[in-house]
Design a protein around this ligand. Sequence first.
Ligand code: ADP
Ligand code: MG
Length: 244
Amino acid sequence: MNAPILELVGLRKSYGENEVLRGVDLRVRPAELVCVIGPSGSGKSTMLRCCNRLEEPTGGQVVVDGLDIMRPDVDVNRVRQGVGMVFQHFNLYPHLDVLANVTLALRRVQGHSRAAAEALARAALAQVGLAEKAEAFPGQLSGGQQQRVGIARAIALKPRVMLFDEPTSALDPELVDEVLRVMRSLRDSGMTMLVVTHEMAFAHAAADRVVFMDGGVVAEEGSAADIFERPQGARTRSFVGRYM
Ligand code: ADP
Ligand code: MG
């Protein structure tokens, strides 16, 4: 088996008395698309945010490409370059055009020259089907297009793994598919992806593996067919039963 790109071992996170993650074990191997599903409040976002230290875990390990990113000598900025993240709200800068939004981190964080950053940004925009929109401003784009820019901004940095936190849940229904299509094409190009989603049809059709989180732990995991067609646990059954 290939070594995992991302591995969570006994991951714990508490907010005061509230233990939100109670020992999460999860692996994502190279080029895998793993979907995380589960009820609201089960700790999915917290788990993702621990993967690039947007949250500091209270216990356990987060290993990215063999490096325990909780080690005190680890450079958090470097970790974040290896772990791309796409959020529900795309947070583009409205006063910058698409190209400038995508080149910003390439220039400021990765130190590329303007020309190099623009070449990388244009390649990333082409990958999400938005090569023609480089000079547009976010306000001129649909929500689906803005989220595709958000994806381009993350992949332009050439991360080892991409995390998605409900990337389509802020979109009007007719705009969801274009984003899911881009995500599938990313996977087909070999990107390693961990995707929290409520899009059960997407998880069923596209995921190599599905993880069901409940109450701060991985309650069940398996192939998409395992989880959706033959769920074992009662909670998994009732959760996926609403979509099947
Ligand atoms: P999910 O993404 O599965 O809906 P979250 O990870 O967002 O779940 O939240 C899990 C729990 O952690 C919730 O009870 C939420 O209230 C709590 N929580 C999340 N972030 C914070 C925070 N910054 N401070 C305190 N509690 C938080
Ligand atoms: Mg969430």
